[in-house]
Design a protein around this ligand. Structure first.
Ligand SMILES: Cc1ncc(COP(=O)(O)O)c(C=O)c1O
Length: 417
């Protein structure tokens, strides 16, 4: 830990929230160098939906390396890529009647967002893009321009124009329909909001504080896109890959985005990989126009293909919903037990947050959880939302144990106040 503090830049962040030296991890557990076991309610910020060192994926990866499978191949055609694409078509696209093409971008989520924005602007030949309050889409320049939080935006000192921010669902209170506002500003050529090439949104704003858009609002935004010839980009980087109970987070709303960005848990194993899916007609890219050395990651293709086996039928999905219901019930009980926190439980599927007040108490609670061997992060502009993002494969008894720790940690923190 001392070496890390001395040598790693001040930009480091999670090693501050969880100040121990981690050594091993398996399924829903992390272990530090002293052999302490931690329950993981963070799952690599949504990257480890299938758990740490998932046994099925690990076997395939080891086998692949032992057979000298291609590890790096730029974006050459490889057997691993071929297998993944076929599995994607069979297990994900076809059952959902999606006719998407797949673009492998640079390995991080933000690169997929960059590609999506570029493509939308190229297709529609319009510079403006609409994004939403509290949205988070990554921190390279294009992605940052559609990210709302000033903490990230302020450090850039660049031109962040060509983006209009609109209030997200619920931003102005329950009674104000912000999709109506969006339609109004687009209808009115004197509103100052240019017709955009695309509207980019998260169906649940994860970093923004687990803010859930209603299905009705999502459908209205989709209709606006159709009426004004605007492309709809859903950024499913954090809440896709089964986090909401279905593979894509937008499935339950019935909308069909033109473009979808996916990363984090797509590789299944925590290996870096990002992709963009888009309607076949939008594929106007010329060869290598959005290129990059690490475009596609063959080892990640291997584990991703195993991850897609979880979606062969609806058993995994049903299990996520079952666990999600339990999680919600437990969080509501905790909310009712500690009325002083004025807690609000937010989320759906297997993604929940508990907004507490006053805001700084959230950090105290997450620290106390950590002292009791539970890793749990915060979200929201004021870091006041306890974010529960356990691996989807977490066994029931481990989930219950983690929630017990959360419950008693809150009790302990409140005793001090
Ligand atoms: C919705 C969303 N989009 C984009 C990103 C950026 O992904 P990355 O950190 O891999 O660049 C994130 C990361 O948290 C995210 O949650």
């Amino acid at each position: 830990m001392e070496n890390i503090k001395r040598l790693e830049s001040e930009v480091r962040s999670y090693s501050r929230s969880f100040p121990v030296l981690f050594q091993k991890a398996k399924d829903a557990f992390l272990y530090d160098v002293n052999g302490n076991r931690y329950i993981d309610f963070f799952a690599g910020a949504g990257t480890l939906n299938y758990g740490h060192n998932n046994e099925y994926m690990k076997k395939k990866i080891i086998e692949y390396i032992e057979n000298d499978g291609i590890i790096h191949g730029l974006d050459m055609a490889t057997v691993a890529k071929d297998n993944l694409l076929v599995k994607l078509e069979e297990n994900i696209f076809k059952p959902r009647k999606l006719d998407y093409k797949v673009q492998f971008t640079g390995a991080t989520g933000t690169n997929a967002v960059e590609a999506a924005l570029k493509l939308a602007r190229m297709v529609k030949k319009r510079s403006n893009v609409i994004s939403f309050t509290n949205g988070y889409h990554g921190l390279t320049m294009g992605s940052m321009s559609v990210t709302a939080n000033a903490y990230y935006r302020d450090e850039a000192f660049i031109n962040r124009s060509d983006v209009s921010f609109i209030p997200y669902d619920g931003y102005l209170g329950k009674s104000i329909n912000t999709a109506g506002y969006l339609r109004r500003v687009l209808e009115d050529n004197s509103s100052g909001v240019d017709i955009p090439s695309a509207i980019i949104l998260e169906t649940i704003q994860a970093e923004g504080g687990i803010r859930v858009a209603s299905n009705k609002w999502l459908r209205e935004v989709e209709k606006i896109c159709r009426d004004f010839d605007i492309l709809l980009i859903v950024d499913d980087i954090q809440v896709g890959n089964g986090r909401t109970g279905t593979f894509f987070s937008f499935e339950q709303s019935g909308i069909t985005p033109d473009i979808v960005t996916i990363s984090k848990s797509f590789s299944g194993f925590g290996l870096p990989m990002a992709v963009v899916f888009f309607r076949r007609e939008l594929d106007i890219w010329k060869p290598g126009q959005h290129t990059g050395t690490f475009r596609g990651n063959n080892l990640a293709f291997v584990s991703a293909a195993v991850a897609l086996d979880y979606w062969k039928d609806d058993r995994f999905s049903k299990d996520i919903f079952r666990k999600g219901n339990y999680l919600r019930e437990r969080l509501e009980k905790i909310r009712d037990k500690y009325p002083q926190l004025k807690a609000e439980v937010r989320g759906r599927g297997f993604m929940y947050g508990m907004a507490v007040s006053p805001a700084p108490i959230a950090r105290e609670i997450s620290m106390e959880c950590f002292n009791n061997k539970l890793v749990m992060e915060l979200a929201g502009a004021k870091n006041h939302v306890l974010k529960i993002l356990a691996p989807l494969i977490i066994p029931d008894e481990v989930l219950a144990e983690g929630l017990d720790i959360l419950d008693t940690s809150i009790g302990k923190v409140l005793q001090k106040h």
